[in-house]
Design a protein around this ligand. Structure first.
Ligand code: KG4
Ligand code: ZN
Length: 352
C-alpha cells in the first residue's frame, strides 16, 4: 500500500511517499524557519502563507524523487492508495493548508483520506529507518512513547496505531519551549534547543546546578516553567552590570540541559516500569538533543530497555511519520471524509 503523507502543522511543509509499513520512498521538507528568526518565534500568518507557496513544489518533488520498491519506476499519483494528513495539534491556519491539499487529492484521485495526530506520529517516527540504517525496524507494539517537542512533553503508551493511553502530560511549558525561552534569555537566537545543545558540549553540568522539577513522587506529568524562571534569575544575577559572558552561557546551558534531561529520563523509566514496557521510542524536536540521547540510552541499558531515537530527519517535523501512522490507522479501520477538520490542541479522542 502506497501512502502520500502531508504535514503542515507548524513551520515545516512536508510531503512524503511511503510503502506500508515503513519504507520511505520520498520525504521532502521545506521550512519557513528563516522567515521567523527575526521575530524570535514562529509567526502563524507567515507560516501559513509559506505553506501555500511550498505545498505543491513539495508534492512535485516528492513524486519526482520517489521510486517504487525493487525498480527504477517512478511513482505516479495513480499509484497512491491512501492520503494521510496532519489533523492536529498545530497552528490552525497552517494545518488548513495541508488539510485542503489532502482533501483535494483524495477527491480528485478518489482515494481514501485519514487524519493523523502529529504528536502520536512523532512516536511512529521510531519505526522509520534510523540514522544510516537502510532498513526500518519492524512495527512492534506495545511501546512507550516519550514525545518532546516545541509544544508537547508527553508519555504515551501505544498498543497499536489506534490504542493509545496518555500516561503523562505537559502542565505548563513543553521541554522544547523551555529550551527556546532559556535560549532567548541568553540571546542565543531561535530555535534555541540546538544552540544550547552545542554550547553545553564538554561543560561540567554540575557547575550551575538547577533543581529538578519532578512534581510529586509518582507523577508522570512535566512542568518546566519553574526551571525556566530559575534560569532567568541566574542570568539576571550575572548580568546586573554587564553582558552575559560566553563562559556563563555555556555553564548555564549545560546546567539547564542536564536538569531537563534528568527529569525526562527519570519519568520515562518510571513510566516503563509502571506499565511493564520494554521498548521506549523518543520523538519530537528535542529528541535530537545529544545529551538526552546519551543519558536515556545509558539509563535504558541498565534497566534492560530498548531505547529508540528516530534518525535526525525524522526527529523534526516530517510527512513520512504522518504517512506511516496514517497507513497503520487505515489498516486498523480508520476512515475520514471530506468534512475532516483540524484541531489546535491535543484532542482527546480524534486520533482513533
Ligand atoms: O517537533 P518539533 O520540530 O516541532 C514541534 O512540533 O514543536 O520541535 C521543535 C523544538 C524546538 O523547541 C527546538 O528548540 C527543539 O525542538 N530542538 C532541540 C534540539 N533540536 C531541536 N532541543 C534541544 N536540543 C536539540 N538538539
Ligand atoms: Zn512536531
Amino acid at each position: 500500500m502506497i501512502t502520500l503523507g502531508i504535514e503542515s502543522s507548524c513551520d515545516e511543509t512536508s510531503v512524503a511517499i511511503l510503502k506500508y509499513p515503513n519504507r520511505v520512498l520520498a520525504n521532502i521538507t521545506l521550512s519557513s524557519l528563516k522567515e521567523h528568526k527575526r521575530y524570535g518565534g514562529v509567526v502563524p500568518e507567515i507560516a501559513s502563507r509559506a505553506h501555500v507557496e511550498t505545498i505543491l513544489p513539495c508534492l512535485d518533488l516528492a513524486l519526482k524523487r520517489a521510486r517504487l520498491p525493487g525498480g527504477q519506476a517512478r511513482v505516479a499519483l495513480d499509484d497512491v492508495d491512501l492520503i494521510a494528513v496532519t489533523q492536529g495539534p498545530g497552528l490552525m491556519g497552517s494545518l488548513l493548508v495541508g488539510i485542503s491539499a489532502a482533501k483535494a487529492l483524495s477527491w480528485a484521485l478518489r482515494k481514501p483520506l485519514v487524519g493523523v495526530n502529529h504528536v502520536i506520529a512523532h512516536i511512529y517516527a521510531g519505526f522509520l529507518p534510523g540514522a544510516g540504517a537502510r532498513h526500518a525496524s519492524p512495527l512492534r507494539f506495545p511501546v512507550l512513547g516519550l514525545v518532546v517537542s516545541g509544544g508537547h512533553t508527553m508519555l504515551i503508551r501505544m498498543d497499536s496505531a489506534r490504542r493509545i493511553k496518555i500516561l503523562g502530560n505537559t502542565r505548563d511549558d513543553a521541554a522544547g519551549e523551555a529550551f527556546d525561552k532559556v535560549a532567548k534569555m541568553m540571546y542565543l537566537g531561535y530555535p534555541g534547543g540546538p544552540e544550547i545543545d552545542r554550547l553545553a558540549k564538554g561543560q561540567d553540568p554540575a557547575k550551575v546546578l538547577f533543581t529538578r522539577p519532578t512534581l510529586s513522587k509518582d507523577s508522570l506529568d512535566f512542568s518546566f516553567s519553574g526551571l525556566k524562571t530559575a534560569v532567568f534569575y541566574k542570568v539576571q544575577s550575572l548580568t546586573n552590570t554587564k553582558k552575559l559572558a560566553l563562559k556563563h552561557k555555556k555553564e548555564i546551558s549545560a546546567g539547564f540541559q542536564e536538569a531537563v534531561c534528568d527529569v525526562l529520563v527519570e519519568k520515562a523509566l518510571r513510566a516503563a516500569r509502571k506499565e511493564k514496557l520494554r521498548t521506549v521510542i523518543v520523538g519530537g524536536g528535542v529528541s535530537a538533543n545529544s545529551r538526552l540521547r546519551e543519558k536515556l540510552r545509558s539509563a535504558g541499558k541498565k534497566e534492560g530497555l530498548q531505547v529508540t531515537f528516530p534518525g535526525l530527519v525524522f526527529c523534526q517535523d516530517n510527512a513520512a511519520m504522518i504517512a506511516g501512522l496514517g497507513a497503520a490507522l487505515y489498516k486498523e479501520g480508520r476512515r475520514d471524509g471530506l468534512d475532516l477538520s483540524g484541531y489546535s490542541d491535543f484532542h482527546s479522542d480524534l486520533w482513533k
